[in-house]
Write a protein that binds this ligand. Structure first.
Ligand code: SAM
Ligand code: SF4
Length: 329
């Protein structure tokens, strides 16, 4: 098991497949991009599959989420999914993606065993998309979303971050559109994980603001604690159902006490939390020939030291050195 000193057990593994991206979302990275990891530093496909295998056979991992950077940029993605689907016990697998090029791979991903996708889309307006992501690729995301739904990668969830003065008026439109298209929308509070360190609490659109703007157009009924479990999103039933909307209030209502995640970066480091300031290097262990048992023990030790919470509100809060795109969101 991947337990920690606060009694939590991690069963959900986030695997970052690359730190690279084809968008430049302003809450994530600067316009010029970042210094990407060098190829030899990245885990190979074989190394990733071996670590997932150790996680599911020895450490109680039941859910695997592939992310990045942009995971669809990883050439071996479909093969990695296929090999992880063949593991015993078989983990449930999902993908967090910006959706670009998803129309080309959705069918293969579903065929090889991916269960579902989360697609990030912050706006319905192509001009706002271009300002926010610094790329003119809105229609490709919409096409990717449709392809995912048609391929059965359902429920297709949409992640939306609202930015003040840019798309903060779009919550009701996004929700009406998601309901029409049978996507499950979740809003995420903007977190201090941008590479530029430009996040300011005053600038963030809070869960409360989002809910207020939705309440003006929809009847929202809280879904309740039992259904939430360890999921970060608080969910509301919209207009009596069946559709739901989620809000991930990572900053104003953190869910750290129920967190069940462990993270593997594209260069083979274990992080016990998005906001961890320490990492445990499994790549070195892999490449020096360590047996599965030793790697599993190093992973357990890394998780044992997980802090109680992210501490964003603490006076001594320190933003981690790695930005979201390099950790794996
Ligand atoms: N490129 C993929 C994507 O955009 O879905 C996967 C990686 S991205 C880092 C994962 C999620 O993190 C996306 O939904 C994105 O909107 C979100 N994200 C990135 N930076 C964020 C920030 N500073 N605060 C909150 N969410 C953020
Ligand atoms: Fe790329 Fe995802 Fe970051 Fe946007 S949020 S720049 S799509 S990694």
């Amino acid at each position: 098991m991947l337990a920690d000193t606060f009694g939590r057990v991690a069963t959900d593994l986030r695997v970052s497949l690359t730190d690279r991206c084809n968008l430049r979302c302003s809450y994530c990275m600067p316009e010029e991009g970042l210094q990407w990891l060098a190829k030899p530093d990245l885990l190979t496909d074989d190394e990733i599959v071996r670590l997932v295998q150790i996680a599911v056979t020895r450490l109680g991992i039941t859910e695997v989420r592939f992310t990045g950077g942009e995971p669809l940029l990883r050439p071996g993605l479909v093969g990695i999914v296929a090999r992880c689907a063949a593991l015993e016990p078989r983990p449930r697998m999902s993908l967090t993606t910006n959706g670009i090029a998803l129309h080309r791979t959705a069918v293969a991903l579903a065929r090889e065993g991916l269960n579902r996708v989360n697609v990030s889309l912050d706006t319905l307006r192509p001009d706002v998309f271009k300002r926010l992501t610094r790329r003119d690729r809105h229609s490709e995301v919409l096409r990717g979303l449709q392809a995912a739904r048609d391929a059965g990668l359902t429920p297709v969830k949409i992640n939306a971050v609202l930015m003040r003065g840019l798309n903060d008026d779009e919550a009701p439109d996004l929700l009406a559109w998601a309901i029409r298209n049978d996507y499950e929308l979740r809003f995420i509070e903007q977190m201090p994980l941008d590479a530029q360190h430009g996040w300011k609490r005053e600038g963030m659109i809070t869960a409360e603001e989002i809910l207020n703007s939705l309440h003006a157009h929809f009847q929202l009924t809280p879904e309740g604690e039992r259904e939430r479990g360890s999921a970060p999103a608080e969910r509301w039933i919209v207009d009596g159902g069946p559709h739901r909307v989620g809000v991930i209030a990572s900053v104003t209502r953190p869910f750290c006490s129920a967190c069940d995640r462990t993270r593997l970066t594209a260069d083979g480091q274990i992080r016990s939390c998005l906001f961890a300031t320490e990492e445990t290097d499994l790549r070195e262990a892999l490449r020096s020939g360590a047996p599965d048992e030793e790697i599993a023990e190093a992973w357990q030790l890394a998780m044992w030291g997980k802090k109680a919470g992210a501490g964003i509100g603490d006076p001594d809060f320190e933003q981690p050195d790695r930005p979201m795109s390099a950790i794996g969101g």
